[in-house]
Design a protein around this ligand. Sequence first.
Ligand code: ZN
Length: 121
Amino acid sequence: MFVLVGQDLLNNPETLTYQLAHEAIHCLGSCENTTRLEEGLATYFGLHNSKISSLRSQIETTNLDTHRRDCLTDIVAMFDINPAALTILRGNAIPFELIKPQQIVELGANDDLARRLCFPG
Ligand SMILES: [Zn+2]
């Protein structure tokens, strides 16, 4: 698997680690049928598991485009409801796109959040 990055990222190690952490989550998916759950998790993981500082993370969060911010909001809501949700959902390496809203509801989310997380991302 390859992750292509531009010269601008190579000149900015903080942003490079954010982007690589983000893409690492996408590497767990099919790379074809991304869901909002996957995009939110990738964004969350990039913001919290890279070398960017917490202050920079806050700034990056406010600079996200609307779609990524919405995906991030939904995954954070899921983590607030059930911090182990992703561990449970992905426990058997089930592809993100095969996770069904009902599985998310069973972990405590309401129907609207569960459906949104399964939308194409
Ligand atoms: Zn992404």
